[in-house]
Design a protein around this ligand. Structure first.
Ligand SMILES: [Zn+2]
Ligand SMILES: [Zn+2]
Length: 473
């Protein structure tokens, strides 16, 4: 049985102002038109490109991530939300969507499905990062994964899908950054070459990179520390050190991209933060922002003289790559795969930054006002009847004065207001007010739908402002 709390504690509880956890945010009604717009586009494109939807649990065995993503990555070292289950398992809030999708691929024996298996997801991920603009601890992502095909055409297809998405969203100024990070055959040699270059510079790089030298040397290439950026400028580039097969794969990808007219930039420092990638890695950036490692190239370019717009998120909008070994690593058969994920908050922020017009549901042309208990009861029924007749009406159940309700109707810019008072409710009539002319007529309720349909068939005389009902409140 629950113990009664001492009076003083109860008081404290009552006065406490709760806030959403650090780095996590509410998505309020005002944001939903943009979120819905994005969702609709992603859903549409995923369908057109033959991706099936998958939703995995928000928690997984923590080991899935440490094994899959790599123990020496930022995510595993500092950013996982871990929880102990009552059974003693260590679970993790998922920090990304690929490892869970691979787990599902293996668990459901998808290797016997017709290949390639194409899956997409949309949901929240969790990373315990230092909260800052554009970085959230609960961040929303959607992603695409393709299993069972090592052909670079797959890489090109996913990159194409994303560039089409951005174009159709109205974000035309995005650029694709590309690199190949080799395979398990050639990468060890490159790592050695890289270490050979870095060793004499060990005192000129940041402490973090000195640590990375030992555990994950490729990550030194995407360090943003000024000293490290300077040192890496003469570092050997991996594309010059990949094996013949990897080179061939990369060259084919570039040809595919040229064939479908996708402009790309080769970024020799793009390595991505996760260990499971091999061969192709890519990121998609707003064109006026730069990926790590591209700062210098950009400075020399024409962009340098352009006036800066509002500062962007300084993060890639999307990114991904090939992970031909992950399925096997997580207990499945050898299955080549390619995937990409995109940050939903970042894209929504970018839509706002670029003033992209978001289509909204048409505003209602009718407002329903009621006064008194009987009218209130009747208007709930009427509201449903309107809906069943395909007429969307706004209303403000619960407000008592006609004046305040009319004020809302006016702010919403509706053409007609239906007024249902005590008298009308008793007589089974309703008042129809034409807002622009200020004219009113009383009509029997049973004739209402026909009258409205005739009136609404005409084009709106009044330009309906695009304010949402919630903003008016
Ligand atoms: Zn290779
Ligand atoms: Zn560094």
């Amino acid at each position: 049985m629950q113990e009664e709390q001492p009076e003083i504690l109860k008081k404290e509880r009552r006065n406490k102002q709760y806030a959403s956890p650090n780095g996590m945010h509410d998505i309020l009604p005002v944001s939903w038109p943009a979120w819905n717009h994005l969702y609709k586009k992603v859903n549409e494109l995923a369908h057109d490109y033959g991706f099936g939807r998958i939703e995995t649990p928000i928690v997984e065995q923590a080991e899935l991530f440490s094994k899959g993503i790599g123990a020496a990555t930022d995510i595993i070292e500092h950013e996982m939300y871990l929880l102990k289950s009552k059974g003693g398992d260590t679970l993790a809030l998922r920090p990304e969507g690929t490892a869970p999708t691979v787990r599902a691929f293996v668990e459901h024996g998808m290797h016997v499905w017709s290949q390639p298996v194409k899956l997409w997801y949309w949901g929240p991920m969790f990373r315990h990062e230092r909260p800052q603009r554009g970085r959230y601890r609960q961040l929303w992502q959607f992603g695409f994964e393709v299993f069972g095909d090592e052909d670079p055409a797959i890489d090109a297809e996913v990159i194409q899908l994303l560039t089409i998405l951005f174009k159709e969203l109205g974000l035309k100024d995005v650029s694709v950054q590309l690199n190949s990070i080799g395979c398990s055959q050639c990468r060890p040699y490159y790592k050695k070459t890289l270490l050979h270059y870095y060793r004499p510079h060990a005192d000129k790089i940041c402490a973090n990179c000195r640590r990375r030298m030992k555990i994950n040397p490729m990550r030194m290439l995407d360090c943003k520390d000024e000293r490290c950026v300077r040192v890496k400028q003469n570092a050997p580039q991996i594309v010059d050190h990949i094996c013949e097969d990897c080179r061939h794969h990369f060259k084919n990808l570039l040809e595919f991209l040229e064939e479908i007219n996708i402009t790309y930039f080769l970024n020799p420092y793009l390595v991505r933060g996760l260990d499971y990638y091999n061969r192709t890695v890519f990121e998609i950036w707003p064109h006026d922002e730069v990926a790590p490692g591209q700062e210098e190239a950009k400075k020399d370019g024409e962009e340098a003289n352009k006036p800066k717009e509002e500062k962007g998120s300084q993060f890639a909008l999307a990114g991904g790559g090939r992970y031909d070994n992950l399925v096997k690593m997580l207990g499945g058969r050898t299955t080549p795969a390619f995937g990409a994920a995109a940050g939903i908050e970042r894209i929504v922020h970018e839509l706002k930054r670029k003033n992209v017009k978001i289509p909204e549901a048409p505003a209602p042309r009718i407002f329903l006002i009621q006064l008194g208990d009987m009218a209130k009861r009747k208007s709930l029924k009427l509201f449903e009847e309107l809906r069943n007749n395909g007429i969307s009406a706004a209303s403000s159940f619960g407000r008592d004065s006609i004046k305040s309700q009319l004020k809302i109707a006016d702010k919403l810019g509706v053409e007609y207001t239906l007024i249902l008072g005590q008298k009308e409710a008793l007589e089974d009539t309703i008042i129809l007010r034409e807002m622009l002319a200020g004219e009113q007529l009383t009509i029997p309720t049973r004739k209402l739908m026909d009258v409205l349909k005739t009136k609404l068939a005409k084009k709106p005389k009044r330009k309906v402002p695009r304010t949402s009902f919630f903003q008016v409140e």
